[in-house]
Design a protein around this ligand. Structure first.
Ligand SMILES: [Zn+2]
Ligand SMILES: [Zn+2]
Length: 209
């Protein structure tokens, strides 16, 4: 059994992406997380192979860690699953905590499944973020079971995502039966979203009970 700990948020953004408020600094997010008594805070900024801000981002996080905080702080990334089955992260940062997510639509189940299975098999991917099928296709039971087995054999964690309320309950049932590891991600792009899982109480209750 893998119970979800509501004081651990494994998916938080800050102001190194182009669509969060500019004042959403690593320091402000950390101070806010302290006030709500988080135990674990993972920064997972959107990254691409072309991102040039990574050293400064990691420096900000290092500075916060060495400033002394009781929280466990993780310096990580969220990267896009690409159609060639790779994940859009620069090679030198492959050792960091990494969430692989779909950020573009495929409109094609076969291609989508190919990329997903390939991402799951990559050793440097830790988590599959906000996983759900696209509106234009569904997975049958056998396909969900096969995915579960692949997640299990590759030791991947499935994120329970508060922003998109994913994965779908039906998938969670199969994942839970297959004893997949879960954790929570708020996918916060603003302060008050950090550590806030109110939108997915039903998913959390299903896993924890
Ligand atoms: Zn995402
Ligand atoms: Zn995100």
């Amino acid at each position: 059994m893998h119970l979800l700990d509501l004081k651990k948020d494994y998916h938080v953004h800050c102001n190194y992406n182009d669509h969060s408020p500019q004042d959403l600094s690593v320091e402000r997010v950390t101070r806010y997380a302290e006030t709500i008594n988080l135990k674990t805070l993972a920064f997972t900024e959107h990254v691409r192979r072309t991102s040039d801000w990574i050293p400064k981002y990691l420096e900000d996080i290092d500075r916060i860690i060495s400033s002394g905080t009781k929280m466990k702080i993780i310096a990580g990334f969220e990267a896009k699953i690409l159609k060639d089955g790779s994940v859009d992260v620069p090679q030198e940062y492959e050792g960091h905590f990494l969430i692989a997510s779909f950020h573009t639509k495929y409109y094609n189940k076969r291609d989508w499944l190919f990329s997903l299975k390939s991402a799951i098999s990559l050793s440097y991917v830790n988590v599959i973020g906000h996983l759900a099928p696209e509106e234009s296709f569904e997975l049958c039971d056998d396909e969900i079971i096969e995915l579960s087995q692949l997640l299990k054999s590759n030791n991947k964690t499935i994120e329970i995502n508060a922003k998109y309320r994913r994965p779908p309950m039906k998938w969670l049932q199969t994942f839970k039966e297959n004893n997949i590891c879960f954790h929570l991600g708020s996918d916060a792009h603003s302060l008050t979203e950090v550590g806030n899982f109110d939108s997915i109480t039903n998913l959390i209750d299903y896993i924890n009970n």
